[in-house]
Unconditional design. Structure first.
Length: 67
């Protein structure tokens, strides 16, 4: 899980963790659960594709709701 964060800078890591925490909180999931780890992976991919910070949570939710 943490290996996927290595390629990001500090601000991107903050963006990812904030969005994933928000998503996990809304879904009542633990960030260390299988779903939480999957959310981190998806969020990292989205940030690497230059998804805007303010749109990351919406994109993360959209991607994870369709899986």
């Amino acid at each position: 899980m943490l290996l996927s964060l290595i390629s990001l800078d500090d601000s991107q890591i903050t963006i990812v963790t904030d969005a994933v925490r928000q998503w996990c909180c809304e879904k009542k999931l633990d960030i260390d659960s299988v779903e939480g780890r999957r959310a981190i992976t998806v969020a990292v991919d989205l940030v690497q594709m230059n998804t805007a910070r303010d749109g990351l949570f919406a994109q993360l939710s959209k991607q994870l709701d369709h899986q």
